[in-house]
Design a protein around this ligand. Structure first.
Ligand code: ZN
Length: 184
């Protein structure tokens, strides 16, 4: 049996770009580039802290978009190409009203990452409360919450490629951002 190929976190990006990332990893240069651009680690380390963080962002942008019943880091959630986190929504009829409850799970690998990456994944999962598919309206909503969304997602995917190739996390020993601000 052949071993499964590693996930290609940069599938869908232009080949020239993915090859450049690959070269930077092989030359052991990507880690420094990422650490220079994102020197700090965020301070959101527990499910409670994550819940508060998600609620604050939701309050700022999606106040009326349903209710979040659960927010948690998930160590069983493997980061794959299109599922960096998960969002599930359950709709059920309660009395005469259709109630919808949402749950957001963020892969545990996000515990030790820069504030920008955490914000990006949370923005992504929050956008799914309103937009189910990864379509134009979805990405528009992501950019509304985080104007730099696309660049940060690319940088995150470059990091995940580095992690896959080297097994070396970059932010476990990084200085923790005192407050992870929602808006600076
Ligand atoms: Zn998604």
């Amino acid at each position: 049996m052949r071993p499964k190929p590693p996930p290609n976190y940069l599938a869908g990006y232009p080949v020239a770009l993915t090859e450049q990332v690959q070269r930077l990893i092989e030359q052991d240069l990507l880690a420094d580039i990422l650490l220079q651009k994102y020197p700090l680690a965020h301070a959101v380390r527990t499910d409670k802290a994550l819940y508060d963080y998600v609620l604050e962002l939701k309050g700022a942008y999606l106040r009326n978009a349903g209710q979040l019943s659960k927010v948690a880091f998930d160590s069983k959630l493997h980061v794959i190409q299109h599922a960096l986190g998960t969002h599930t929504s359950i709709s059920r009829v309660q009395g005469t009203k259709l109630k919808s409850k949402s749950e957001i799970r963020v892969a545990a690998v996000f515990k030790e990452m820069p504030p920008e990456f955490l914000r990006m994944i949370v923005v992504h999962e929050l956008a799914h409360i309103k937009e189910r598919e990864h379509d134009k309206a979805f990405y528009q909503l992501c950019r509304h919450m985080e104007p730099d969304y696309h660049q940060v997602e690319f940088d995150l995917r470059a990091y995940l490629s580095h992690l896959e190739a080297t097994g070396q996390p970059l932010w476990s020993a990084a200085t923790v951002d005192a407050v992870t601000p929602l808006d600076e």
